[in-house]
Design a protein around this ligand. Sequence first.
Ligand code: MG
Length: 248
Amino acid sequence: MIVIKSEEEKMKMKESNRIVALVLKEIEKLIKPGVKTIELDEFAEKLIKKEGAIPGFKGYQGFPATLCVSINEEIVHGIPSERKLKEGDIVSIDVGTIKDGFYGDGARTYAVGHVDEKGLKLMETTKKALEKGIEKAIPGNRISDISHSIQTYVESQGFSVVRQFVGHGIGRNLHEDPQIPNYGEPGRGPVIKEGMALAIEPMVCEGNWEAEILNDGWTAVCKDGSRAAHYEHTIFINAEGPEILTVV
Ligand code: MG
């Protein structure tokens, strides 16, 4: 588990995560019917390099691209391809960066053109669940206080949280301890301490939470074919509470 003690290391984490947020912001302009997901990937890779960083996911455990692009029933880890976005799709984009040895990680879901009301509610619920989780990320709380807060909110809105994938500590490695599930009883797991860097990332299914991996070995989908949304921020734990690093 990483505990960042120096201001210099914290600044490096901030910079890597700023680039993640920049990509997520700039890519929004490209999200429209007809765009190929590989085009989004090429755009992101260019921008990351222009900012002096390198893609954090490309080559990670063999993942072939800069972005994870997951459409509709795809939850996470979708591989960019010649597939075109369609009117009414929801598309989750997850991006990682490395700069000066430190990782950035963040994600959000976008509407492609006009999306139906339930799809928009799914997106809004997942975004808000992330905020609810971050509110609990204060020194002295325990990791599962974040988990419980996310699950309770998501289920109150009639959706379900994915169990198979979890948030994580982050720093010199993309995935560090502790794991941060998006479900569970409060008051369990490691105590949250000043200096921790955490990637909190609710993944929410419209129907049942059970997930499966497609034959490409990467793409995770909701088993019942319902849609999924995914929002992620990397945060830093200050003495007075959480600070979101994935911002521009
Ligand atoms: Mg992550």
